[in-house]
Design a protein around this ligand. Structure first.
Ligand code: ADE
Length: 224
């Protein structure tokens, strides 16, 4: 999978894609991430990409030309399955949406900023709009990172068996069960007996019951 990210703040992405699973996904050849600076596609000598809103009002608006120039240049080299815009009024990112996106070939993510982008970009150039939650971030960069991370770890081959995505919370609309490691007894705080029993079927059953109970308690909305 290739993920191209268009942003005004490329430096924000440096650490995120060079650590942990996102890094391994790239090293193993499952993922290629390219960060593109929108300013490089500006038409004027000041490299500006935004202008006042028609009709007045507060805030600058990202203009259509730099975005269209950037997307046209990228699309000459690659076909995208989705061109995503990060916005608080987009479709909510869920595990299901991450699963769906992980099965795609190539994604482009345009990070939103300032007061917004010219609506014609959303109408004509964007194929999907995604929100990562009901709150407003100062830019779409963090949202793009969240989307890329949640998708990349689901690309077949990225996780090894031990980290299998199948046991993740939300994967089957259940919260993951609690996990424990050594010591089995820390100053009287004990690990549940069943996990020490070596009885695989009982452990499996216990984990399922815990998942169900946790989901009922913490996220009953998932059981609907
Ligand atoms: N940009 C600003 N807030 C956002 C959000 N909640 N999700 C995605 N993009 C955003």
């Amino acid at each position: 999978m290739q993920i191209d990210i268009i942003t005004l703040f490329p430096a924000m992405f440096e650490g995120v894609f060079n650590e942990s699973i996102l890094k391994r996904a790239q090293t193993k050849g499952h993922l290629q991430v390219n960060i593109h600076n929108l300013r490089d596609y500006s038409l004027d000598k000041h490299k500006s990409v935004d202008d006042y809103a028609f009709g007045g009002g507060a805030g600058m608006v990202i203009q259509i030309e730099p975005v269209a120039n950037c997307l046209n240049a990228l699309k000459e080299k690659i076909n995208y399955d989705e061109i995503i815009y990060t916005a608080p009024d987009g479709e909510m990112l869920t595990q299901q949406l991450a699963n769906d996106l992980s099965l795609k070939g190539n994604l482009c993510i345009l990070c939103g900023h300032y007061k917004g982008i010219d609506e014609r970009i959303r109408e004509h150039l964007i194929t999907k709009e995604i929100s990562i939650g009901n709150y407003v971030l100062s830019g779409g960069e963090l949202a793009a990172m969240v989307i890329a991370d949640s998708v990349a770890r689901l690309i077949p081959g990225v996780l090894n068996d031990e980290q299998s995505a199948l046991s993740d919370s939300f994967q089957d609309n259940l919260i993951a069960p609690p996990v424990y490691s050594r010591p089995a007894d820390y100053n009287g705080w004990k690990v549940p007996e069943v996990l020490l029993s070596g009885h695989e079927a009982k452990i499996e059953q216990w984990r399922y019951e815990q998942s169900l109970e946790r989901t009922k308690q913490r996220r009953p909305d998932l059981l609907k």
